[in-house]
Ligand binder design. Structure first.
Ligand SMILES: NC(=O)c1ccc[n+]([C@@H]2O[C@H](COP(=O)([O-])OP(=O)(O)OC[C@H]3O[C@@H](n4cnc5c(N)ncnc54)[C@H](O)[C@@H]3O)[C@@H](O)[C@H]2O)c1
Length: 262
């Protein structure tokens, strides 16, 4: 029985990844590792099991992976390092100024980059040949912006580490890729939209304005969009794809057009 480990799979993009991995039959069962577990949707309940751990804490991660491998089998087939983002207080603290506290910078990097190392170090040596890893980076790791410096640096780090890992694990026939999601209205954007827009009431409007300004295809992205791309990267359809980053962003990383027709 093939199984996947998905971090941050309890909601948002992680739940989209869980759904797609099962729908596309990439794996038959999924172990979700999350700090705040929620019951899996009823249709998935017999295929998905939750394990509580903070992905920034190596002891908690070790205990969760030991438990998962004892219950699901010694050799995981797929790992999706998806947990990440930021907290409302971190977004608020960086709203007015370039300079965040060192503590906030560290927490962004811990959650978004160090966690990928901590979980992969625990899982990859146990994976079987033919396995696949997909890391959730962000368009923030590909394009500079004047806000979210630490988040962007950490997500760029995820891209770099994805490529290094692809080389390191290639001889074991394990593929490693990343997705760079664009703009998806999850809890992260509820908080970020409120911080950038000056309150909860403005969160959705701030998000929609950002979509209008940045997305060449003119529409927001969804957790299902990200899930389908991750499922493809983790499936045998992508058997010769490794070390790649796929932006699922409606074209944002193309950047603003330089020449326009009048
Ligand atoms: N929403 C977007 O527009 C967007 C864009 C680009 C990248 N991303 C990335 O996508 C990933 C998922 O984000 P989302 O938008 O679904 O956010 P979300 O907040 O809805 O979901 C994040 C999940 O991760 C879990 N989590 C958070 N910290 C954790 C920790 N320390 N240990 C274990 N689990 C933890 C949460 O409990 C939650 O279930 C993140 O890596 C985020 O940076 C999101």
């Amino acid at each position: 029985m093939k199984y996947a480990i998905v971090t941050g799979g309890a909601r948002g993009l992680g739940l989209g990844i869980v759904n797609a991995l099962l729908k596309e039959k990439v794996v038959e069962r999924i172990a979700v590792v999350d700090k705040n577990l929620a019951p899996a949707p009823a249709a998935l309940a017999d295929k998905v099991e939750g394990f509580t751990a903070d992905v920034t804490d190596e002891k908690q991660v070790h205990a969760a992976i030991e438990e998962i491998t004892a219950r699901f089998g010694a050799n995981p087939d797929v790992l999706c390092n998806n947990a990440g983002g930021g907290e409302r207080a971190w977004f608020e603290s960086g709203r007015q100024t370039v300079w965040d506290s060192v503590e906030t910078w560290r927490r962004y990097v811990d959650l978004n980059l160090n966690s990928v190392y901590i979980v992969t170090r625990e899982v990859a040596p146990r994976m079987r040949e033919g396995g696949a890893i997909c890391n959730t980076s962000s368009i923030a790791g590909m394009l500079p912006s004047p806000v979210l410096a630490a988040y962007a640096a950490a997500k760029a780090g995820v891209i770099s580490y994805t490529k290094t890992l692809a080389l390191q694990l290639g001889p074991n026939k394990i593929r490693v890729n990343a997705v760079a999601p664009g703009l998806i209205y999850t809890k992260v954007w509820e908080n970020l939209g409120a911080a950038l827009g000056g309150g909860d009431a403005n969160a959705r409007a701030t998000f929609e304005a950002t979509v209008r300004n940045l997305v060449p295809l003119g529409r927001e992205q969804t957790a299902d969009d990200i899930g389908r791309s991750v499922a493809w990267l983790c499936s045998d359809k992508a058997i010769n794809v490794t070390g790649q980053v796929i932006a699922v962003d409606g074209g944002i990383v193309l950047g603003p057009p330089t020449l326009r027709r009048e």
